[in-house]
Design a binder for this molecule. Sequence first.
Ligand code: SF4
Length: 234
Amino acid sequence: MRTKIEIKVNEVLPSRVNVLKALGVPPSAPPDERVNRLADDAIGLVKKLATPVALMELISTEAFAPVYDGEGKNAPDTPLARTFPRSSCLALFAVTIGERVSLRISDLFDHDEFSQGTALDAAASECVELAAQNVERSFRDEVRENMVKAVTMSFSPGYCGWDISTQRKLFAQLAPSEIGIELNESCLMTPLKSVSGVLVAGGIGIFDHDDDFPFCDQCRTRECRARQEQLGLQ
Ligand code: SF4
């Protein structure tokens, strides 16, 4: 089943705290009116310019296996390779907040408005991340109609040993040009503020893994730890 999801921009607007955090301002920092205004203006621009939309398509484990393999460049062992064969449900997804925000970011940098450009870039990144979470919630709700205790997680090419070149097969299967997302030669998406990947649903145990894969040495975020903590696995 293939679903186009129109997302209301007000549902995925980032908070000032999160934009400031993305700009490197910790929540404990003393309030700075100028910086707060920068963040608020950026959120206002996202509200005005973003047009969030997503595509989600269910896929069987068998059909996903060649998408996962891509061009054979994945790490030998990855969290997703361990997870998807044991899943109950899988869906490919792509979500974007559209081209207008990226054009405004470029415009700001072209006119040496570096602070505004950086703040808008941070707010837009937060916005597309929230839009991706919105898609995952829709997937979870759908899965839980049949499997009440299912938990979900998203994985994206370019992260955790899943090579970025797998985007080519993902795009060939999902065809997100329907919502305006294209892939360039380097496997980067246009509009830049887009997220693609696979949504995985299943019993909580399939998501349990350590952070000791060889590629984890280069990981700055250790995001899997936070996600596992949210699921109660830590
Ligand atoms: S530590 Fe980083 S690279 Fe390793 S599994 Fe977790 S998120 Fe992925």
